[in-house]
Design a protein around this ligand. Sequence first.
Ligand code: CP
Ligand code: NVA
Length: 305
Amino acid sequence: MKHFIDISDVSAGEILELIELAFELKEKQRAGIGYTPLSGKVLAMIFSKSSTRTRASFEAGMYQLGGYPMVLNAADLQIGRGEPICDTARVLSRYADGIMIRTYDHEDVLGLARFGTIPVINGLSDDSHPCQVLADLMTVKEYKGRLKGVKLAYVGDGNNVANTLLQACPKVGVDIAVATPARYACDEKYVSQARAEAASTGASVTICTDPAKAVAGADVVYTDTWVSMGMEADGDERVPHFKGYEVDAALMSLAQKDAIFLHCLPAYRGMEVSDEVIEGPASVVFEEAENRLHSQKAVMAKLMG
Ligand code: CP
Ligand code: NVA
């Protein structure tokens, strides 16, 4: 593993190893045992979009691993004035030991990896959000004790998070059902990747437009905002198409009795999730958010250690 850009580039074995390491780091953290394999190392973090969890967890995580997190807002960088990614990549490679980028165009992430000489971590692009989904799988393992054979239902927009769940779930044997409005379905590329992985692991992939069908019997119910970053201008047009896609108590009642509710956050109550569900007993969204820290520390330790 040279970079962490898309789950499709990471093997099932590597995902499971990262999750195991993340659990070890979580225990260490709880026990107050220091672990500083990145002492003297620098992570450059480029943000072209807002962030609470990604920024705070990478910054805290890099510090805890003994390194220095260098936060660079894209608006303050020369990127904002037109300096190309190929030059930015080669310059940052001379100062830092790794780059994390949150951006719009997935090509920017790929460009940093192509032109730079240090590991690149995708902290979210319009296409995918691998750090999120690694933490999600860790959370599923934590609450369900296994991944293989777990059924995960994703309800809502076919966005970067949904794309990445499609890349990841079948790979590790999680059955996935995705329900989106037809016009906001996941790109066919991710559906075929999911079906190809499922063919070799025996996992199932269901793509539909009916939230009730996706959620029936699910162990994990997942949703995300209907208006992702960069789509704000279309928000008013998009939202009416999601009528019936709110994860509320009635929808949750179709899942397994011990089902958990996941959301990458930020959440919009009364839109994609009801207040009752996100604040209810099935919701483990803050544990999920905490697991961003531990799983990303595992990624950084593996790539930069
Ligand atoms: N889930 C997530 O990536 O959150 P932020 O946008 O706050 O980083
Ligand atoms: N799909 C959301 C995820 C935010 C963490 C977005 O891209 O805005």
